[in-house]
Ligand binder design. Structure first.
Ligand code: NI
Length: 400
């Protein structure tokens, strides 16, 4: 992998780096939606095959799991996860390797996550950790279903710690966020059906108007964050859809609302779930309506634990110096299904700077979003070194 020329600081030769960027460009040009990542999975499978892993399996439909051998078969196993799915967005970056799939785009940088995780596998094949490192290529992060599918397929069996990273254009290439504490919010959804009694718009007293009731519910739901949640923590209640009615002079018999709930701790998350139920039902009753309320539990929050964060920080400092470590700053209320792995085993999720010098901050899930090529070898090296540090630390703890 790295024969034939001198290695860069990140552990890659110039040739290996170029080859890795070709993979990145290829994946970016061929984005695939959740659980349809057939081509992506095949490409990654073939690239991993060349590393002669101890095991290589297709799992969870379009997932891939590879086991890269460590130096000692008895040392603890850790895992690195890269998500691989794209989004239903028409790309408008103007990149020479823009999406060739109309209406589908790697607008969240998962092409980079797949590639740097492959790069980490290459670095670990070249310079192994103490124990085995399991490489997890996970489908369907964007729908919040992929991590669960991987776990159900047994991908974490025998794994003692798991690490992953996300590109972030708020940070420059070479900067890494490895903070303990909340990093991503829980992301749950709710739906409310308000059932009233329809009639003529000129005679509202004869029915029960679900539109006026829906308006009152939307307003009342805003008091959850402002009045029921501790102001020192973060939470969001957003009503994203509201549908009712067919004509200006008809009172409909039903209204539908859906929305998203975000929190960063379990207590607040429970408060949001319970309050949506209580408030929607009480307001409905006050308007002579019946409310059917459903809360669908999505991804939990990511709260990075101290010890694995320490391993990642050691890795970043070794590779890039301590100045590379940046605080997260403003809390991210987005969801990330890596949280499901952290419900099973310890680990940590990093954010890796993806903004080239002179570049703008562009939010993810935007048609103009892209991550700089330069962050690919950085992410690969940080993940590989984190796996080495974690493996050694877990082994040392066991031997104590
Ligand atoms: Ni993402």
């Amino acid at each position: 992998m790295t024969t034939g020329s001198t290695k860069r600081q990140d552990g890659f030769t110039d040739e290996a780096r170029e080859a890795l960027l070709l993979v990145r460009h290829d994946l970016h040009q061929h984005p695939e939606l959740a659980f349809h990542e057939e081509r992506t999975a095949q490409k990654l499978y073939e690239a991993l095959e060349r590393l002669k892993p101890a095991r290589l399996d297709r799992v969870a439909g379009t997932g891939v799991v590879a086991r890269i051998c460590g130096r000692d078969p008895h040392a603890p196993t850790v895992a690195l996860r890269g998500d691989i799915d794209a989004l239903p967005i028409q790309e408008n970056t103007g990149l020479p390797f823009s999406s060739r799939h109309p209406g589908i785009m790697h607008a969240c940088g998962h092409d980079v996550h797949a590639t740097w995780t492959l790069g980490a596998a290459q670095l670990l094949a070249d310079q192994p950790a103490d124990g085995d490192v399991v490489i997890l290529f996970q489908p369907a992060e964007e729908t919040g279903k992929g991590a669960t599918a991987m776990i159900e397929a047994g991908a974490l069996e025998g794994v003692q710690a798991v690490f992953g990273a996300h590109v972030d254009r708020r940070f420059r290439v070479g900067e890494v966020v490895a903070d303990a504490g909340p990093l991503a919010a829980s992301a749950d959804t709710f739906s409310i059906e308000l059932i009233g009694s329809g009639g003529h718009g000129a005679r509202p007293h004869e029915g029960a108007d679900p539109i006026v009731g829906a308006a009152a519910v939307v307003t009342a739901l805003q008091t959850i964050v402002s009045r029921l949640v501790n102001p020192a923590t973060a939470a969001v209640v957003t009503v994203g859809t509201l549908q009712a009615g067919t004509a200006s002079n008809i009172i409909p018999d039903r209204a539908f609302l859906t929305g998203t709930l975000r929190a960063i701790d379990p207590d607040t998350r429970r408060t949001l779930h319970d309050s949506v139920q209580t408030i929607a039902k009480a307001i409905a009753e006050a308007h002579g309506l019946t409310a059917n309320v459903e809360v669908a539990v999505g991804t939990p929050p990511i709260v990075n634990p101290e010890e694995p964060v320490g391993w990642a920080r050691t890795a970043v400092t070794t590779l890039l110096g301590s100045d590379a470590l940046k605080p997260l700053g403003t809390l991210n209320m987005g969801g990330e299904d890596f949280a499901f792995y952290l419900e099973e085993i310890p680990g940590c999720f990093l954010r890796v700077g993806a903004r080239e010098s002179g570049g703008e901050i562009i939010p993810a899930h935007n048609p103009h979003f892209y991550a700089s090529d330069e962050c690919v070898p950085v992410g690969a090296a940080v993940l590989a070194e984190t796996a080495r540090v974690a493996s050694a630390a877990l082994r040392g703890r066991r031997n104590r």
